[in-house]
Design a protein around this ligand. Sequence first.
Ligand code: SF4
Length: 567
Amino acid sequence: MAELPGVERETLDVDVVIVGAGPAGLAAAYHLAQRVKEHNETAPERKLEGVSIAVLEKGREVGSHALSGAVMDPRGIAELMPDWLERGCPVEAPVGDDGFWTLFEKGKISAPILPPPLQNHGNYVISMGEMVRWMAPIVAEAGVDIFPEFPATRVLIEEGRVVGVRTGDKGIDKLGQPKPNYEPGVDVRAKLVILAEGPRGTLTKQLAAQFDLYAGKNPQVYSVGIKELWQLPADRFPAGTVIHTLGWPLGLETFGGGFIYGMKDGIVDIGLVVGLDYRNPTLDPHQEFQRYKLHPSIRKILEGGKMIAAGAKAIPEGGYYSMPRMYGEGFLITGDSAGFLNGARLKGIHLAIKSGIMAAETAFDALMATDFSSSRLSSYETRFESSWARDELFGQRNFHQAFEYGGLAGLLNAGIGTVARGRGFGLVDRLEGHSGHERMERIQRFFGSEHPHPPEKMKFDNSYTFDKVSDVYYGGVVHEENQPAHLLIADTEICITRCTVEYGNPCLHFCPANVYEPQPTADGRGKVPFLNFTNCFHCKTCDIMDPYQVITWVPPEGGGGPEYKKL
Ligand code: SF4
């Protein structure tokens, strides 16, 4: 990560610093501020004086990097703010028609009865980006300082305890030298750090490695969601209509499925979720999504419409047994960073908000006791274990793991889980899981030959289908060009030699933003990926799915990245 050594840095001292202004981070900040206020009003003799809470956000503004266009279970927001609707939370529509289609190449079967996890009566179609944009001023009004364009790049650890975070330097050129506008990052020192960075968070990864947070757990597994917004002719797809699909184009070997959600003003939110534990090393999730839109039943919906926005994001799918230890000396982990997502329901916003509330309750107790030790903060896990969030996640605890053995096994296991309270095959309590990249097969094994069979190249028609660079444009992605690349490849020799032969350089396929392009090496020995890092959606797919785990995504200069609106 871009940081000049030996530079004097400003220090900001706060009580609690929260990394990430998504639903978990903002919920934690708001609930803690409210809790302190209520306490000071009802117990003035034990007043907590001047509690300072700061939220750091890497995007240009709150919501810039928020992508989940979403059917929200209102349970979390209603617990955080019982009058959320009266206060103007920007919902698109309550869910009306709710469908589930199994797609074949030319046709579909519509399920007469919806699987229970996909029944959405009582839920709301929303844009998470719009929701956090609405929450931010309410949270600020409660007394929280929100700092956009401040990416946290490392955790500060002293004598085995987390004491704060460092934000990224600004104004370093691509050769690592300071530019005239150079500004060193700030050390934000805090009694408590709450991580709410989203999936595959940079700081969460650092803590997981340092404190072995996944010991005894299943590894986290992810999907990538690639999506677009379309403006359709009026009344084509009413607001509140929700359709989930299974099957084509992914087939039974690859976990995932599609979704179409009706928003206000004739806009639909359409996307494909692809499990980042696929076998085919040349699979291209972006291209699969483009093919998806050409299915006759989907194409009919989009006919006469226009694509207006695009983006991509990873989704933590591992479930209950893939959640890391979520506390330690001086820190808590919330939301997608801790795996608060129900993969069977394809929902996480309500769980993220609930995790923020539980983290805030834990932070309040710690502030009262002036004790931020791991043993005090372990009450976060106790709270979780006795919460409705735990009941929900435990009930689906083996949902994803069986898909490692293919789609039929996964669906059968999901059916067993529904009647056996979340148990897996053989009625076991816990199915073992593996990291997604371990499932990718070598070219020779997958294709039965040494020659890669790259995905059939689509001809994009710019009407229904778009290339990756067009989607980058419609994602509003902008980065300062003269800065070091924020994708760190630990060993490019592997790219030139082993990866080319063994896997055919899957980064050229799985990145939805065309960041990785083959470039001949100077000595003519082969090809290394050239990094078009300014295209990056910050989806983390490369960090997750690289078969050798030599790619590390780190935050670029603050404010860089997508500018999602309504996605
Ligand atoms: Fe996603 Fe990595 Fe591509 Fe960026 S470079 S868009 S994080 S896969």
